[in-house]
Design a protein around this ligand. Structure first.
Ligand code: F6R
Ligand code: ZN
Length: 198
């Protein structure tokens, strides 16, 4: 873990294979994402043929306490499962009152967001754009470019934590599908309201 001031060069450290300044490297393959894509049949057919890497996360480790900032690179590889673009699992922060910033370095995508009050947002991004994810909004990165990685640099509070369970059981309210040569944000027919406490 880095405990002195440090700097890093995002311009030259975009390569996942290089040693880079990152402390951890998380790889999410298709088989890690069972239940996340809407077209279950397309998922199983693709998995039967291959188990591609869908996304990777490179993190700069710091203590997970308030006052710290956690940061790193999120890399969503291009591809689709059925008509649905490759995407991250998506999550709320366990401490709901924590925000996040994404800075887009490469590619073309959507930051899909929703809150527990039923609002949703889809910010289309290209390199140079920043997305502010407010406290209490779940967020997911979607790669819309079929031939290029979507690479973002993220920063969020050290004590935020991750709640994957809510999205894993309810899904996002919206799906991002490839339709007629472009993308479309549509209602998720399988979305269900989160189970209440108890
Ligand atoms: C951290 C954050 C990103 C994501 C990354 C992978 O709070 O939002 O670093 O963790 O884009 O997505 P998930 O975590 O949803 O698998
Ligand atoms: Zn987050």
């Amino acid at each position: 873990m880095k405990d002195h001031p440090f700097s890093l060069d995002l311009g030259s450290d975009l390569s996942v294979t290089g040693s880079g300044p990152y402390d951890s490297h998380l790889v999410r393959k298709l088989s890690d994402l069972r239940g996340y894509f809407a077209d279950r049949q397309a998922f199983e057919e693709l998995l039967h043929r291959e188990d591609p890497v869908i996304y990777e996360v490179l993190e700069i480790r710091r203590p997970e306490v308030s006052g710290e900032l956690l940061s790193g690179l999120s890399i969503v590889h291009p591809g689709r499962v059925g008509d649905e673009y490759n995407m991250t699992k998506g999550h709320f922060h366990s401490v709901r009152e924590t925000a996040e910033i994404y800075y887009v370095l490469k590619g073309h995508g959507l930051l899909l967001m929703e809150n527990e009050a039923g609002e949703w947002a889809a910010e289309e991004v290209v390199p140079g754009r920043i997305v502010y994810v407010p406290p209490c909004w779940a967020h997911r990165s979607v790669n819309l470019a079929l031939g290029e990685d979507l690479i973002t640099f993220f920063v969020y509070p050290g004590h935020a934590g991750h709640d994957y369970g809510s999205i894993a059981s309810s899904g996002f309210r919206k799906l991002v599908l490839h339709v007629d040569g472009g993308y479309k944000v549509v209602d998720n027919p399988a979305w269900k309201p989160p189970a209440g406490p108890g």
